[in-house]
Design a binder for this molecule. Structure first.
Ligand SMILES: *Cc1c(COP(=O)(O)O)cnc(C)c1O
Length: 428
C-alpha cells in the first residue's frame, strides 16, 4: 500500500500551533476554488476562516494566478537595496493612495510579525536618532502581534510565550476600552504617557484578532490616539488582520479621524497568495532617518524584501479589491452578519456576540470559561468540518471571516450549520 500524504506528513513535518502528542492526521487539501477548499477524497469545504485570515478573493483566483505567472517569467527576485522594480514602486504608490494622507513611505518585509518588528525598531530608532532615546512601549492587554521576539514582547503574556517570558522586554499594558473599561483604559494610558520615557503605543485597531475577536468602539480609539498625540507618543496601528476591507473599510483606522503614525499590513495584502509585509510611516518619522550621519540609517532588511512576485500578487489583489463588485460583496457579507448577530444575540447558548464588517464572533457559553485551550473549540471545529465548513474557533469563540467571494448560498450554509450547532450544543 502506498502511504497517504497525511501519513508521509506525520513523519517529516512539524505543524504550527499544533500539540504534537496524539495529533490527528492533517487534512490533505489538493485544490482550492473560490470559497472552497477540496480534499483528497473530493470533499468540498467552505473556508470560513479565509485560511487564517489571509484569503480575500477566493482560492486559486485565476486573475491573481495569471499575474504571478507573468511576473515569474519576467523578474522573480532582485535585491531591494540599490535596485528597484516596477511592481514594488506601483504597489507603494497604490497603497499610499489608500492609506491616510499622513503616511509617506512604504517599507517592505515578509509577514505580519516582521512588519511589527520593523514598526517597533522604527519607533525606537526615531527617538535614538533624535538623541532622546526612550525605552517604554505601551500596549493593550489581550493583544497579539506575531511570534518573533519583539512582537511577542508587546503581546499578552500567555501559554504561547511563557517559555520565553524571561527573554521578552516588558511593555506597559493598559486595558482595552471595551464597554465598562473605557475609563480605566484611559486613566492607565494617561499615567503611562506622563512618564518621559514613553517611546510608542502599539494596538490592534477596533478588533483584537487572536485575542478572541474582541471589539471596541471607534470613538474610544479616537480618544486614545488623541491623548497619545498630546504627549508626542508614536502610535503604531497593527492592521495586519483588519486591513484590506475586513472591517468594512480599507483600514479599521478609517473609522476614526486621528491617524496613526505607523501602520503595519500583511495577511490579506496579496489576497492570500504570497507572504508579504508592509510597514508605512508618517513623514516626520522618515525625516529622522535622513542625515549625513550614517548611524541614523535604518539597518534593517530581509533577503526577500519587496519580492517582485509577492508585489505582483498584491497589485493584482488590489485590482480586484478596488472593483465596485468586491465592495458590494463586502457590504452583502456585512449586512448578512448583522442579521445573524441580532438573531443569535439573546440565544441561551451564547454569552456575547460581536460583529464588524466581514467579521462575526459568537462567544459560546462554557463551564470552562473563556480561554484559548478551551476544549469546546476543537469540538465545534470538528462539528463544522463534518458538515463541509472550515472554522477555527479561538477557544469557545466561534467566528466567521470568509473570503469576499463567498456566495449567498454559502453564507446561508454557515447560518444553517450554526443553528444546528446551537440546538445540540449541550450534548456536544
Ligand atoms: C497574524 C497577525 C500578526 C502576525 O502575522 P504573521 O504573518 O502571522 O507573522 C500580527 N498582528 C496581527 C493583528 C495578526 O493578526
Amino acid at each position: 500500500m502506498t502511504e497517504s500524504i497525511a501519513e508521509r506528513d506525520k513523519k517529516v513535518t512539524w505543524h504550527p500551533f499544533t500539540h504534537q502528542k496524539d495529533a490527528a492526521y492533517p487534512l490533505h487539501i489538493v485544490r482550492g476554488e473560490g470559497a472552497y477548499l477540496i480534499d483528497d477524497a473530493g470533499k468540498k469545504y467552505i473556508d470560513a476562516f479565509s485560511s487564517w485570515w489571509v484569503n480575500l478573493h477566493g482560492h486559486a483566483n485565476p486573475y491573481i494566478a495569471e499575474k504571478i505567472f507573468e511576473q515569474a517569467k519576467t523578474l522573480e527576485q532582485v535585491a531591494f537595496s540599490d535596485f528597484t522594480h516596477l511592481q514594488a514602486v506601483t504597489l507603494a504608490e497604490r497603497l499610499l493612495e489608500h492609506l491616510p494622507p499622513n503616511q509617506r513611505k512604504i517599507f517592505y518585509s515578509d509577514n505580519g510579525s516582521t512588519a511589527i518588528e520593523v514598526a517597533l525598531k522604527m519607533a525606537i530608532q526615531y527617538h535614538y536618532n533624535k538623541r532622546a532615546p526612550k525605552r517604554k512601549i505601551i500596549a493593550f492587554e489581550n493583544g497579539y502581534h506575531g511570534d518573533t521576539f519583539g512582537s511577542m514582547s508587546v503581546a499578552e503574556r500567555n501559554v504561547f510565550n511563557t517559555p520565553f517570558s524571561s527573554f521578552l522586554f516588558d511593555p506597559i499594558f493598559i486595558p482595552i476600552p471595551v464597554k465598562g473599561k473605557e475609563y480605566s483604559s484611559f486613566e492607565k494610558l494617561e499615567a503611562a504617557l506622563k512618564d518621559k520615557d514613553v517611546c510608542a503605543f502599539i494596538f490592534e485597531p477596533l478588533v483584537q484578532g487572536a485575542g478572541g475577536m474582541v471589539m471596541y468602539e471607534a470613538e474610544q480609539l479616537e480618544k486614545i490616539l488623541k491623548l497619545c498625540k498630546g504627549y508626542s507618543c508614536i502610535t503604531i496601528a497593527d492592521e495586519v488582520m483588519t486591513g484590506f476591507g475586513r472591517t468594512g473599510k480599507f483600514l479599521a483606522t478609517d473609522y476614526i479621524s486621528e491617524k496613526p503614525d505607523i501602520i503595519c499590513l500583511s495577511k490579506g495584502i496579496t489576497g492570500g497568495f504570497m507572504p508579504l509585509g508592509v510597514t508605512s510611516c508618517a513623514g516626520f518619522i522618515y525625516e529622522a532617518f535622513v542625515s549625513q550621519d550614517k548611524t541614523k540609517t535604518f539597518y534593517h532588511g530581509h533577503s526577500y524584501t519587496a519580492n517582485p512576485i509577492a508585489c505582483a500578487a498584491a497589485n493584482a489583489s488590489l485590482d480586484l479589491l478596488e472593483k465596485a463588485a468586491t465592495r458590494k460583496q463586502i457590504e452583502i457579507i456585512s449586512s448578512f452578519f448583522t442579521q445573524l448577530q441580532h438573531k443569535y444575540a439573546n440565544h441561551p447558548a451564547i454569552s456575547n456576540s460581536r460583529k464588524l464588517g466581514t467579521i462575526l464572533a459568537l462567544e459560546l457559553k462554557s463551564p470552562e470559561g473563556t480561554f484559548y485551550l478551551n476544549e469546546m473549540g476543537k469540538k465545534v471545529g470538528t462539528f463544522f468540518l463534518q458538515r463541509g465548513i472550515i472554522v477555527r474557533p479561538l477557544g469557545n469563540i466561534l467566528y466567521f471571516i470568509p473570503p469576499y467571494c463567498i456566495s449567498k448560498a454559502q453564507l446561508e450554509k454557515l447560518e444553517k450549520c450554526t443553528d444546528e450547532l446551537l440546538s445540540v450544543i449541550d450534548n456536544l
